[in-house]
Design a protein around this ligand. Structure first.
Ligand code: AMP
Ligand code: MG
Length: 311
C-alpha cells in the first residue's frame, strides 16, 4: 500500500496532481487530468460511454471487449492510483455524513475478472464501511426463501458500501441458462428486480451495476492459464468447461438482463475487460463519478471549535 493511497489530502488536490503528471505524457489525458469532479482522467466520459441507456437494446457483439478508448497500458498505474484516491476520499465523506449508501453489483462470465476488480479497485475502500459478499449456489436456507432475500440481507447500511460479487442477477442468468426454475418464473423476475432496486434507491441506496465483458477467446486463454499455473489451479473446475459450452446462452441471458434492467436509478455499465488495466481504470472512474453524484459532504462541526487549543 503506497503512502499516497493513505493520504488524507483533499481528493481534488491529490488526484489532480497525479492526473497532471500523466497529462504531460499524452495530450488526450491533459483534457481530463487536471480535474477530479465528473471529469475523466482518460479524457473520455466513460460513465456516459459505457452506460446502458435505459430502454436501449444491448447487442454485445457490437461492443469490443478489447476497447480502451485510445489509451495505453503505461498510463494505467497512474490513472488507477488517481481513481483510487478519489474513491478513498469519497468513501470517507460517505462514512462521515451517512448520506446514503452505495451498492456495487459485479457480474461477468467466468474469468471475466470480478475478483481481480475487487482486489485492484475496491482496495481503495477502508474495510471499515465496506463489505464484499459473494453469491454462489444458494444454500438450502436461501432456497427456502424468495430469491431476493439473500440480496436484501447484504444491502449496505447508511454510510457504507456493499459490493456484490455475483448477485440477484444470477437468478435470470445461470437459473435461466440451466432451467433451474420454469421459464414462466424467471421471466417475471426482470420486473421484480427493477421494482426491488427502485425500492432500495427510493430509500437512500445508490446503485451501480458493472458487467465485465470479455471475449470467448480471452476466456479460453484465462481458463488455460488457470490450468497451467499451479497457484491458479484451485480456481479451475471441470464444470467451467461445461459452462463455456453455453457461451451463447449466457450472452443472450446477459443481453436481456442488461436491456431490461438498466434504469435511471440502477444503471448497468458494460466494461470492455479483455485488458485488465483498462477494466480497472474504467471501474474506478465509474464508481468515483457515481459517488461524486451522491453530493457527499462532511457533517458540520460543533460550533466555535476552531479556536480550541488542546493542552
Ligand atoms: P464462483 O463465482 O466461481 O465462486 O462460483 C459461484 C457459482 O455459483 C457460479 O457457478 C454461479 O453460477 C453459481 N450461482 C450463483 N448464484 C446462483 C443461483 N442463484 N442459482 C444457482 N447457481 C448460482
Ligand atoms: Mg468459478
Amino acid at each position: 500500500m503506497s503512502a499516497a493511497r493513505r493520504s488524507t489530502a483533499a481528493p481534488g488536490r491529490s488526484t489532480a496532481t497525479s492526473g497532471r503528471s500523466t497529462a504531460t505524457k499524452r495530450q488526450s489525458t491533459a483534457t481530463g487530468g487536471s480535474s477530479t469532479r465528473g471529469r475523466s482522467p482518460l479524457g473520455v466520459d466513460l460513465r456516459r460511454r459505457l452506460r446502458v441507456v435505459p430502454g436501449k437494446r444491448v447487442d454485445l457483439a457490437k461492443i469490443d471487449p478489447s476497447e480502451s478508448f485510445g489509451h495505453a497500458k503505461d498510463e494505467a498505474d497512474e490513472l488507477l492510483e488517481a481513481g483510487r484516491l478519489r474513491l478513498e476520499s469519497l468513501q470517507e465523506r460517505l462514512w462521515a455524513s451517512k448520506g446514503g449508501s452505495l451498492l456495487v453489483v459485479l457480474q461477468g462470465i467466468d474469468t471475466a475478472g470480478k475478483d481481480g476488480t475487487i482486489r485492484h479497485v475496491m482496495t481503495a475502500f477502508n474495510p471499515q464501511g465496506c463489505s464484499v459478499t459473494g453469491f454462489g449456489v444458494p444454500t438450502p436456507d436461501e432456497l427456502a426463501h424468495d430469491y431476493l432475500w439473500r440480496t436484501h440481507r447484504s444491502t449496505p447500511a447508511k454510510g457504507t458500501i456493499a459490493i456484490h460479487n455475483r448477485s440477484h442477477y444470477e437468478d435470470v442468468l445461470v437459473v435461466r441458462v440451466h432451467d433451474l426454475v420454469p421459464r414462466k418464473v424467471w421471466r417475471q423476475r426482470y420486473d421484480q428486480i427493477n421494482a426491488f432496486e427502485r425500492h432500495l434507491a427510493d430509500n437512500g441506496t445508490t446503485i451501480v451495476k458493472i458487467f465485465l465483458w470479455i471475449s470467448r477467446d480471452e476466456q479460453a486463454q484465462r481458463l488455460q492459464a488457470r490450468i497451467d499455473t499451479p497457484e491458479k489451479r484451485w480456481k479451475f473446475k471441470r464444470a467451467d468447461l461445461a459452462e463455456r459450452k453455453r457461451w451463447d446462452d449466457y450472452v443472450a441471458a446477459y443481453e436481456e438482463a442488461l436491456t431490461r434492467c438498466s434504469t435511471d436509478v440502477a444503471p448497468w455499465y458494460v466494461i470492455p475487460s479483455n485488458r485488465k488495466w483498462f477494466r480497472n481504470v474504467a471501474v474506478a472512474e465509474i464508481l468515483a463519478d457515481t459517488m461524486d453524484g451522491m453530493k457527499l459532504t462532511y457533517p458540520p462541526a460543533e460550533e466555535g471549535i476552531e479556536s480550541i487549543i488542546v493542552e
